[in-house]
Ligand binder design. Structure first.
Ligand SMILES: Nc1ncnc2c1ncn2[C@@H]1O[C@H](COP(=O)(O)OP(=O)(O)OP(=O)(O)O)[C@@H](O)[C@H]1O
Ligand SMILES: [Mg+2]
Length: 488
């Protein structure tokens, strides 16, 4: 057989494989199963899990090591069986895009990533029997998670270049599905990796110190914490106020880099509330919403010439009466300035984050005074790629420079020699979006993605614009413990 024939056979074998897997039903996992690990420790008998594939073992006393491993193994076996199905479905869905979109270098790259990950997982033995198998499998999953890190900026760039070939509604449907599925794939993969990192036997042996924080910047490896509060990627005592604080200082720095100043962020309400949630999801949502609010606030200050009147800063409350600032009416008829709403030294009014907790839900309201969203824009802000970042900025922003780099590959099938180099340049710039020194806005992916994350566990997100004044975003997240039967 010639090499070409061999190659063709291999390709068609994998195509058949993909079809075979993509035709299978998705076996969802319940949140209860994801949480099963910790639940077993707290409430032994109550621990059985509703899915056929993952069953949390019950734990009694001395058997902790063994049981930790057993739950980890079960989760890994489920991942080994389920992830190829989910990846194959994505491969198929990209194959079903209009041909011309499939020739875009960014889309091709995403396709390749899903195809390669599918192959890597199906090549792994089906039965994951012991610690050693698990270690190797966790490595494969880690590779998958890492290699998919830039999928969102790549999709964003790909569809920005291809939007003329597909209508907005179809793009929205494709991307919604792609992103929702990606969240599920990552959750399952990261749960296996994180459970492994948190296993008491490994922590005791101290031979795996680096793993827990890889996927979750807010979780500590403190052992008592690990046992009681952190179950893989789920945190049972997550304090939204703490997370808001971390995200605020990150986004403020980003804002400073971009504009030279930043609003303050006031956190109020039930700041001591805790709930069960996936910290990385909430962190993502908060950072995106804060980026939008801080950007709007600063740009509105520039637009309206808002500057801090030094006198206002220095003089007493008496001077501040009337329309000088927000006023609190006291019951004895006197007035006081509400200093929490006072503009800072740059003239920016603060962004206010209010936390409220009810039995089943946490509500986080993010309120800014960034002038709100115009009536015309309001119906588009949840569209992918909709952004009000201006054209003149775009000449140095990721979008247009990446388009210039990668655009040439579109019609020629992307076979030019420096295709990967140009993609890399474009994507690395786009990926800076997530890091300091990157732009604070510009892809038009923040809001649509944030809403998918918010809805993922049955939550909601609403944006209310008081045009001319500012925006309120209401984020309502369910306590995960109350949606344990939710299918992932
Ligand atoms: N708090 C806000 N105040 C005023 N306008 C807002 C606010 N939040 C969002 N917008 C508008 O909605 C648009 C879309 O927001 P979105 O977060 O999806 O994209 P972006 O911020 O432009 O880029 P990125 O993908 O980097 O987030 C913004 O460009 C902005 O015009
Ligand atoms: Mg944004």
């Amino acid at each position: 057989m010639s090499t070409q024939q061999e190659l063709d056979n291999i390709v068609s074998f994998y195509d058949d494989q993909v079809t075979l897997y993509a035709d299978q039903e998705i076996q969802t996992v319940t949140l209860k199963a994801l949480l099963g690990f910790g639940r077993t420790k707290k409430a032994g008998a109550e621990a059985s899990v509703a899915t056929p594939t993952v069953t949390a073992a019950t734990v009694d006393g001395d058997d902790h090591h063994h049981q930790d491993l057993e739950v980890n193994l079960q989760m890994a076996r489920y991942a080994r069986k389920e992830l190829p199905v989910r990846l194959a479905r994505r491969v198929k869905s990209i194959q079903n895009l209009p041909f011309i979109i499939g020739t875009n270098p960014y889309i091709k790259r995403v396709y390749r990533l899903y195809y390669d990950s599918f192959q890597a997982l199906t090549a792994f033995q089906e039965d994951i029997r012991d610690k050693e198998d698990l270690d190797r499998f966790a490595e494969v999953l880690r590779g998958l998670v890492e290699s998919h890190a830039d999928v969102i900026p790549m999709l964003s760039q790909g569809f920005l270049e291809c939007k003329k070939y597909m209508n907005t509604a179809d793009i929205q449907t494709f991307l919604d599905e792609m992103i929702r599925s990606r969240i599920g794939i990552r959750l399952i993969a990261e749960q296996v990796i994180a459970l492994r990192a948190q296993r008491t036997d490994l922590l005791k042996d101290n031979d795996d110190e680096d793993s827990v924080q890889d996927n979750n910047s807010t979780i500590t490896t403190d052992q008592s914490n690990v046992n009681s509060q952190v179950i893989g990627v789920v945190h049972t005592q997550l304090r939204p106020a703490e997370l808001v604080k971390d995200c605020a200082s990150f986004v403020q720095e980003l804002c400073n880099v971009n504009y030279g100043s930043s609003p303050d962020v006031v956190i109020n309400g039930q700041t001591d509330a805790t709930f069960t949630y996936v910290p990385v999801h909430l962190e993502y949502i908060l950072c995106e919403l804060l980026k939008n609010s801080l950007r709007a606030t600063v740009e509105h200050s520039v637009k309206t010439g808002r500057k801090m009147d030094q006198l206002v800063m220095q003089r007493s409350d008496r001077f501040l009466k009337g329309n000088r600032g927000p006023v609190v009416m006291k019951e004895d008829g006197s007035e006081e300035m509400d200093i929490t709403k006072r503009p800072n030294e740059f003239g920016h009014p603060p962004v206010e984050v209010t936390i409220a907790q009810s039995e089943h839900e946490i509500t986080i309201r993010i309120r800014d005074q960034g002038g709100g969203v115009s009536k015309e824009d309001l119906e588009h802000i949840f569209d992918y790629s909709f952004t009000t970042v201006k054209d003149e900025d775009e000449s140095s922003s990721p979008s247009s420079s990446a388009a210039a780099d990668g655009g040439g590959g579109l019609l020629d099938g992307g076979s030019s020699g420096n295709e990967s180099e140009s993609i890399f340049k474009g994507v690395s710039r786009l990926a800076m979006q997530a890091g300091l020194g990157g732009p604070i806005a510009g892809l038009g992916f923040g809001l649509p993605l944030t809403r998918i994350y918010a809805q993922y566990f049955g939550g909601r997100m609403h944006l209310v614009s008081l045009q001319g004044r500012g925006v309120d975003v209401y984020l309502k997240l369910k306590q995960l413990e109350h949606v344990e039967d939710l299918q992932i």
